[in-house]
Design a protein around this ligand. Structure first.
Ligand code: PHE
Length: 471
């Protein structure tokens, strides 16, 4: 019951839940970030490490998040708190991560939105200027802010409508559309002359480029892409019906997310190599490569390009909706706020953060904190530190502080469905995952360039942990 005496919200259907959870997972992380991280980290060696993390670590963490969420019937903070107040901080780190990611995510969502329209307004007619046009656009002090605000308004609209009517409906319509568009573009890219070099880059590993930082980047990306380590899947699990098979749903979502990332890679790299682009293009990759591909396709180019950016907006939207929901659910569960109030107030803070993030790529590029601008600050802090550590804390919590029988009952729906790998999963969560994440975090952090930022992030976690009981 919430403050208005209503029952806790629930998903309307199984398909709806899977689309919403997959919608959360499949996002900018898959289509914008995964390709450029792959490019910058040496291609297929990075992909192999990434896949290992996804299926060995993250799938288990997702099962744990669903289980803890549904068992407690609470969002991130409440789920921890209901067991022990010493653990409240782990949930708070999640909500904080939600805020921080929403400090840059809508900026990129806004770029994608702008590019739907730019596809038609002459961007493709001068292919040699596409790269410069992107740089000029994101550095502009006004334009990206307007698009970011528009993107956030769509979020506010969906989340304020609630779980089943808003989030679930959006996922059910938008997710299938996204997959179809990606498939079409990948098919086009793969049939270009010279495309095979791109396929080779994606699937022929070169381990000489792998360092400690590569592992941390792959781990952070795996958590980011699957929306883990920050309570998002705890929150979505808490709206889930008791008859759902948690492990099976987690596997479906993980496979969908991984396919979307690989599909995005296939849509991007073959075409890039065919056109002679550098794979290390960085965050501008999709915004430069995709329009360049379509610029070669004549009259149909603008239409297809617009389609692609619609897909990107769709992917971003169903994810940012889940990020906002983590914050909103916390305010509703723990602070007894009404949904609308929670949505409006938290989005207002997110707007302010996004303005700083966007300006940090242009007029405010000289303003840095611990060596980075606002955009990178929000990004690096979450995906290199908070998410992986959040995932580690969740694994420790689930493995050591939740009764094993309670977990077994929850995962098998009181013995009515089977989960043959229960023991394996429990062993992974309890012993393997905490150690693996700790090792990667330590070696990764030692080899990272932004040391000050790393120390700052760890200090925040330590302070929250010390004051956990007061949170
Ligand atoms: N998984 C989303 C993406 O890949 C981002 C996200 C992270 C969403 C954490 C929710 C929670 O873009």
């Amino acid at each position: 019951m919430d403050q208005t005496g209503q029952k806790r919200e629930n998903w309307g259907s199984r398909f709806g839940f899977i689309m919403a959870a997959a919608g959360s997972a499949v996002g900018l992380g898959n289509i914008w970030r995964f390709p450029y991280l792959t490019g910058m980290n040496g291609g297929s060696a990075f992909i192999l490490i990434y896949l290992f993390f996804v299926f060995v670590i993250c799938l288990s963490v997702m099962i744990a998040e669903f289980t803890v969420g549904r068992n407690s019937g609470k969002a991130a903070v409440g789920a921890y708190k209901s067991k022990s107040r010493n653990w409240t901080f782990a949930g708070v780190i999640g909500v904080l991560s939600g805020f921080l990611i929403m400090g840059f995510y809508p900026v990129v969502g806004g770029w994608a939105l702008a590019y739907i329209f730019k596809s038609f307004s002459g961007l493709l007619t001068t292919p040699e200027a596409i790269g410069d046009a992107f740089g000029a656009f994101i550095g502009n002090p006004v334009q990206p802010l307007i698009w970011m605000a528009l993107f956030l308004v769509m979020n506010i609209f969906i989340v304020s409508r609630g779980v089943a009517k808003g989030i679930e409906t959006a996922g059910k319509i938008l997710m299938p559309m996204l997959f179809i568009i990606l498939l079409l573009i990948a098919a086009r890219g793969l049939t270009l002359e010279g495309a095979s070099k791109g396929v080779e880059f994606l699937f022929k590993p070169d381990f000489s480029v792998v360092t400690g930082e590569t592992f941390l980047a792959a781990l952070g990306q795996a958590f980011f892409s699957l929306s883990l380590g920050m309570g998002c899947m705890i929150t979505y699990g808490s709206y889930l019906n008791k008859s759902e098979n948690l492990a099976q749903n987690a596997a479906i979502v993980t496979v969908m997310d991984t396919s979307a990332a690989l599909l995005a890679g296939l849509a991007m790299f073959p075409a890039m190599f065919a056109f002679g682009f550098e794979p290390t293009a960085g965050p501008g990759l999709v915004f430069v490569v995709v329009p360049s591909i379509f610029a070669q396709l004549g009259a149909l180019g603008p239409v297809l390009s617009a389609f692609f950016f619609v897909a990107l907006v769709v992917a971003a939207l169903t994810s940012s909706v889940s990020l906002l929901e983590v914050v909103v659910a916390y305010l509703m569960d723990e602070r007894n706020w009404a949904r609308k109030k929670a949505v409006y107030i938290s989005s207002a803070i997110m707007v302010a953060m996004c303005v700083m993030a966007s300006l940090s790529l242009g007029v405010m590029s000289g303003v840095t904190f611990l060596g980075v601008g606002a955009f990178d600050f929000f990004d690096i802090l979450t995906d290199k530190i908070f998410l992986a550590i959040g995932g580690m804390l969740l694994a420790i919590f689930t493995g050591w502080f939740v009764d094993k029988e309670v977990l077994r009952q929850e995962l098998t729906n009181g013995g009515t469905v089977s989960f043959a790998l229960f023991e394996v999963w429990h062993g992974l969560i309890k012993y393997v995952i905490p150690v693996v994440i700790a090792v990667i975090a330590v070696t990764g952090i030692m080899s990272i360039t932004q040391k000050g930022l790393m120390v700052f992030g760890l200090a925040v976690i330590a302070v929250l942990a010390v004051f956990s009981k007061k949170l």
